[in-house]
Design a binder for this molecule. Structure first.
Ligand SMILES: [Zn+2]
Length: 124
């Protein structure tokens, strides 16, 4: 991820709220589509299926990975919806923790992020 400290800090990322709404809604659709295809692989492997022991362990491991991916997608979906609400409120682009303007470079990469880079790093 780009962490260029010279990125335009004061550029107004909320300059085109219509475009932002479009971008966020497109990401929302994308995440929802991924959640739908994820639901299939997150299903526990069927006991009726005649598969060997190793294959079953593979299937269980794949299920765990799918569940992990699902949690990330659900978090991302919640963030996208929160960002859409902030676009409506006119508070989009301000960090939810410290209130500082989130850099436009970061918003281009992850428009749904509620936090600026320093706050995100403190959270991780
Ligand atoms: Zn912050």
């Amino acid at each position: 991820m780009s962490r260029d400290p010279d990125a335009a800090e004061h550029e107004d990322a909320a300059e085109h709220p219509g475009d932002l709404g479009e971008i966020l809604r497109a990401r929302e659709r994308d995440v929802l589509a991924r959640l739908r295809s994820n639901a299939e692989s997150a299903r526990p492997p069927s006991l009726d299926e005649e598969i060997g022991r190793l294959t079953r362990m593979d299937a269980l491991q794949q299920q765990q990975m799918a569940l992990h991916a699902r949690r990330r997608l659900e978090l991302q979906l919640a963030q996208i919806r929160g960002a859409l609400a902030r676009v409506d409120e006119g508070t989009f682009g301000a960090c939810a923790l410290c209130g500082a303007a989130i850099t436009s470079g970061r918003l281009e990469l992850v428009p749904e992020t509620p936090f600026c880079v320093p706050c995100q790093e403190r959270l991780e």
